[in-house]
Design a protein around this ligand. Structure first.
Ligand code: FES
Ligand code: FES
Length: 362
């Protein structure tokens, strides 16, 4: 253990830490600043961004022993509060960037460093910044994020009144079809919304900690799941598999329309017979500490018959493709296409024409 003295959001902190812990872990677990999220934990996604001495850094990738005494760290909690939002936070709310919201603190921190160094960025420079710093958002899409940064920059330059970022209730009071902020938007933009890992840190002492055993292949038949060694690992209370699920080990979503060829009950809660995608949950280890749960999760042995991985819709639609969900055709729903007028005359006038096959998500 080592003693460290540094500043977090302007407050001097004097703490004893394990030098091998990451800055993210110390911020979240010792200082309770759970606005700093950990997504990948491997320096890839930017969810854990903080500002260290004016520079953007990934707190999951910095060991606390690399923080020098007297260093200054800013987390999302130091940018603004629910009562006093920073223009970036207001703009992210206004532009609907707060979807699941998990990436938002990291994006706002990143944007803060950009605007501190370049108060008048072009849209391209904002895009380039997020690209260079590899900020990832899996649900909002990036256009509203750039819109939000451009608006916040205008407010900070004094070219736009901050009140323009506030939602104005229509006179008739109807919010349908408006940009009414979702109820959790402020909490997401300020890092005060608790996600699973945050709640896990706020449970009473003695609460079991969980680690998932996840598939590391994209498609396979499961021949056996052996938990015997994992059960004997230190601190393990239980290893939960599909056999422990009460009732039907299946979940369904919005895929039960009569036009679909499946019955909608093809997804297991915990995998039993097949792995359908990389990361599928196979078992849950419950232990006294997260570290013990993770160590035991490594000992769960999953015997697989690996099957061809279909990484695109066209691959899964190929005639010789295996049925991914046995009993349900891979083409389980057909969307009619309206093709409209032929575009050939437009092509003839175009200076350049590119033709190819393209596919998108569902
Ligand atoms: S959690 Fe640190 S970069 Fe993804
Ligand atoms: S809002 Fe969900 S990851 Fe960005």
């Amino acid at each position: 253990m080592i003693q460290k003295q540094f500043f977090v959001n302007g407050v001097e902190r004097n703490i004893v830490v394990n030098g091998k812990d990451t800055l993210a872990k110390v911020l979240r677990e010792q200082l309770g600043l759970t606005g700093t999220k950990v997504g990948c934990g491997q320096g890839q996604c930017g969810a854990c961004n903080v500002i260290l001495n004016g520079k953007l850094v990934r707190s999951c990738a910095i060991k606390i022993d690399k923080i020098n005494d007297g260093d200054s760290i800013t987390t999302i909690e130091g940018i603004g509060t629910p009562q006093k939002l920073h223009p970036l936070q207001k703009a992210f709310i206004k532009h609907g960037v707060t979807q699941c919201g998990f990436c938002v603190p990291g994006f706002i921190i990143s944007a803060k460093v950009l605007l501190d160094n370049n108060p008048s960025p072009t849209r391209e420079e904002v895009r380039e910044w997020f690209h260079k710093n590899r900020n990832a958002c899996r649900c909002t899409g990036y256009i509203p994020i750039v819109d939000a940064v451009m608006d916040a920059a205008k407010v900070l330059r004094g070219e736009m009144d901050e009140s323009e970022l506030d939602f104005k209730m229509p006179e008739d009071g109807r919010i349908w079809g408006t940009a009414y902020p979702r109820p959790t938007a402020v909490a997401k933009a300020t890092g005060t919304l608790d996600y699973g890992a945050d709640l896990g840190l706020k449970m009473p002492e003695g609460t079991l900690q969980l680690a998932l055993v996840q598939a590391t292949v994209s498609h396979a038949n499961i021949k056996n799941i052996d938990i015997s060694e994992a059960e004997k690992m230190p601190g393990v209370y239980k290893v939960v598999t599909h056999k422990d699920i009460k009732g039907k080990n299946r979940i369904t979503g919005l895929i039960t329309f009569p036009t679909n060829l499946g019955d909608g009950w093809d997804r297991p809660i915990l995998c039993d017979e097949k792995v359908f995608q990389f990361g599928d949950a196979i078992a849950i280890v419950c232990a006294d500490t997260y570290e013990n749960a993770c160590a035991a999760a490594e000992k769960v042995k999953v015997d697989l018959e690996v099957l061809p991985a279909y990484m695109s819709a066209p691959a899964a639609m190929a005639e010789d493709a295996l049925e991914i969900h046995p009993g349900t055709p891979n083409v389980y729903y057909v969307q009619n296409l309206e093709k409209g007028e032929p575009t050939a005359p437009i092509f003839e006038k175009a200076p350049n024409v590119v033709e190819d096959d393209f596919y998108v998500q569902r």
